[in-house]
Write a protein that binds this ligand. Sequence first.
Ligand SMILES: [Zn+2]
Length: 188
Amino acid sequence: MDPANNSYLTLLPGVSRTRCTDPVIYTLDTFFKNRPAHVSSIYRSPQHQLALLRDFAHKKGLTFKYPEAMTCDLDDRDAQGHYVWQWLWSDLLHEGIIINPPLNAHVLMDYIRDGVNKRGELIPQSSHTAGIAFDISGRYNDEIILDDIILIMAKIYLKPLGIKSTTIEHQNDCFHVTCLCGEGNEAA
Ligand SMILES: [Zn+2]
């Protein structure tokens, strides 16, 4: 059950594996036989997740709106008791970038998802930070695109493989997988 030996769904160098995701990635290998792909991200520390928020801040031109959020520590708070990065993160959601916070946090701005405004809602930290998720991406210099990954995954019965849910992350060009990890999981 060691995904380091996978042939088709291979680990991108530098990804941090977890006990929970290993068996799922291992089992998915054969499904990618005709369309090899990469696992591009597994475990992410809260600091790593904060760095991702900052990457999106650069892409969205929000760095000058939230200069403190570009340099703060993870648990720095503002005068209102919010995390310093919390406004930046909320603004990214508002702008349509779906990304979980580095730590559990309430949404501070209007954020409409599936017709519901989630302003004020407590959003849990990233499932990557919890060690129960991984992302599948195309290999470099390969013609695989997100649509191919979606087609492959759409044919698979997810629960028996230990997969709880999936999300298409268009802004990251990847297919996100959250694992069951013992939660009624027969396979892993
Ligand atoms: Zn993901």
